[in-house]
Design a protein around this ligand. Structure first.
Ligand SMILES: [Ca+2]
Ligand SMILES: [Ca+2]
Length: 218
């Protein structure tokens, strides 16, 4: 028997058959790569996204001023002016505070180093309200580092007493305030002790009645 040997013609025929098949496989692979790989344009777009610059307007870093406020009816009338003082800084003509802060003034009615955080030096309305007193506003004052704001105008103007309701008062003296004082007669609640002689009595009630229906600056 003769063992089968491929002729040279068979070899040529098989190679001839393989060429188009390999070409088809190559085209198919390239097409698959095109579908699943991101296009060049898409890659460029991705690279351009994510580069942004944020510019934030900077608020003032703040500065400190000094305050003077004198509550009325204190006995003695000097060296007895300490109070819980609520201070607001506002844009001129506005009643919305840019800053509200409560401080405790000393016996001379002064507070040094009141810091206006986040506010630039300039002109503002500034208000002060005592713990038992109506608000006083100093309109359009120039504030900068070291400024002293004297709510007593050299000791000639005092904060009116008698507003003792709610946490900070309602800036009005009326029957609600009088009732609170009456209910503490013979007591020693600091807020009802208008003259600050450590006892709440008829003198404190009379001081509040003097200002009945008075309202403070808005
Ligand atoms: Ca009141
Ligand atoms: Ca008293």
């Amino acid at each position: 028997m003769r063992e089968f040997q491929p002729s040279s013609g068979d070899t040529h025929s098989r190679a001839h058959w393989h060429v188009p098949v390999l070409l088809c496989m190559l085209v198919s692979s390239l097409w698959t790569l095109h579908l699943f790989l991101p296009s060049r344009a898409a890659t460029s777009d991705s690279e351009s996204i994510g580069l942004s610059i944020t510019i934030t307007a900077s608020a003032g870093s703040g500065f400190s001023i000094n305050l003077i406020a004198a509550p009325e009816k204190r006995v003695p009338s000097t060296g007895n002016d300490d109070t819980r003082l609520e201070v607001e800084v506002r844009n001129i003509g506005s009643t919305t505070p840019l800053l509200r802060q409560i401080v405790r003034t000393g016996s001379g009615g002064t507070f040094s180093g009141f810091t206006l955080t986040g506010i630039n030096a300039g002109s503002y309305d500034i208000t002060a309200k005592g713990y038992s007193h109506l608000r006083r506003k100093m309109p359009g004052v120039s504030l900068s580092s070291g400024t002293t704001i004297d709510f007593s105008t050299g000791g000639t103007v005092k904060l009116l007493c008698g507003d003792v309701n709610s946490s900070s008062g309602d800036n009005l003296v009326n029957g609600i305030d009088l009732t609170l004082i009456i209910n503490d007669l013979t007591g020693n609640t600091e807020r009802y002790d208008m003259n600050r002689d450590t006892v709440v009595n008829g003198i404190d009630l009379t001081n509040a009645i003097t200002n009945l229906t008075e309202t403070g600056d808005s």
